[in-house]
Ligand binder design. Structure first.
Ligand code: 13P
Length: 261
C-alpha cells in the first residue's frame, strides 16, 4: 500500500442521531473495546448533533485514545439574532476546535449555498477553527457529465485563498448519490474526483494543494475503507451510517491501522 503522506482522518458524522444519553453509552462501549489507536498517523473524529457536543467533548477528554469532537455546523457571525444557529465562541467555550461546513444535507434541505459555505468557513478559520468543508455532485449532475464543473464551482465560490493557506481547511468529497445509499463510489471514481479537486486547487492556489487533506464520504464501511484509502489522493473518510455503532466505527479505525501501518 502507498504511504499516506498526509496521515489519515476518519470522521464519523452522526447527523441527527444520539442525544446526550446515547452519546454516553456510545463512549462507554468505545472505551471498553479499544484502548488505543493503531497509529499516531491516524486521527479519529466524531461529529454529534449540537445538543450532545458538550457531553461528547467531556467524554472525549477521558477516552483511552485521542478523539476530536466537531460540530455539524456554525454561523459566521459571533452572536446575534440567528435562531437555530451556533456560534464559534459558543463552541470554543465547550472546548471544540473543529466544525463541519456545507454538508450536502445542509445544501439540499436548508438552503446552504457556496456563498454561505464560504462565509462560515472563512469566519470559523479566522476564529482559529479547523473546518471540514463538504463538496460533491448529485446523481443528475454526474449523469449529465457535470461532476467536474460542479466541483470547480463549489471550490471557486466556496473556498477562499485565506481558508486554503491557513492550514486549517480539510475538504470532504461526498458525491450526493453515494450518501446513505449503499452506492459507494468505486476507488477509481473517488481517485478521479480527488485528483481533480487537488489539481484544480493547485492550478488556482499553487503548491498548498499538496498539503490539503481530502476525505471521501458516501457509504464508507469497514469493508471498503481500505480500497478507498489505497487511492493516493484519498486522505480519510467522512462516515455516516457506519459511525453510528461504536463497533463499526472502531472496525474502520482498526482496518485502516492494519492496512496502512
Ligand atoms: P453515509 O456513510 O451514511 O453514506 O453518510 C455519508 C455522509 O453523509 C457523511 O457525512
Amino acid at each position: 500500500m502507498p504511504p499516506k503522506v498526509r496521515g489519515v482522518l476518519i470522521a464519523g458524522n452522526w447527523k441527527m442521531n444520539y442525544g446526550p444519553k446515547e452519546t454516553e453509552a456510545y463512549f462507554r462501549a468505545m472505551a471498553a473495546q479499544a484502548p488505543s489507536l493503531p497509529s499516531d498517523k491516524l486521527r479519529a473524529c466524531l461529529i454529534p448533533p449540537a445538543v450532545s457536543l458538550a457531553t461528547a467533548q467531556h467524554l472525549a477528554s477521558q477516552n483511552p485514545f485521542p478523539i476530536t469532537i466537531a460540530a455539524q455546523n456554525a454561523h459566521w457571525e459571533l452572536k446575534g439574532a440567528f435562531t437555530g444557529e451556533l456560534s464559534g465562541p459558543m463552541l470554543k467555550e465547550i472546548g471544540l476546535s473543529t466544525v463541519l461546513i456545507g454538508h450536502s444535507e445542509r445544501r439540499q434541505f436548508f438552503g446552504e449555498t457556496d456563498e454561505t459555505v464560504r462565509k462560515r468557513a472563512d469566519s470559523l478559520i479566522a476564529q482559529g477553527f479547523e473546518v471540514i468543508l463538504c463538496i460533491g455532485e448529485t446523481r443528475a449532475e454526474r449523469e449529465a457529465h457535470q461532476t467536474e464543473a460542479v466541483l470547480r464551482r463549489q471550490l471557486d465560490e466556496g473556498v477562499s485563498a485565506a481558508a486554503l493557506s491557513s492550514g486549517k481547511l480539510i475538504i470532504a468529497y461526498e458525491p450526493v448519490w453515494a450518501i446513505g445509499t449503499g452506492l459507494t463510489a468505486t476507488p477509481g471514481q473517488a481517485q478521479e474526483a480527488h485528483a481533480f479537486i487537488r489539481g484544480h486547487l493547485k492550478k488556482t492556489h499553487g503548491a498548498i494543494a499538496d498539503k490539503i487533506v481530502i476525505l471521501y464520504g458516501g457509504s464508507v464501511t469497514p469493508e471498503n475503507i481500505d480500497s478507498l484509502l489505497a487511492c493516493p489522493d484519498v486522505d480519510g473518510g467522512l462516515v455516516g451510517g457506519a459511525s453510528l455503532k461504536p463497533e463499526s466505527f472502531l472496525a474502520l479505525l482498526s482496518k485502516v491501522g492494519r492496512t496502512f501501518w
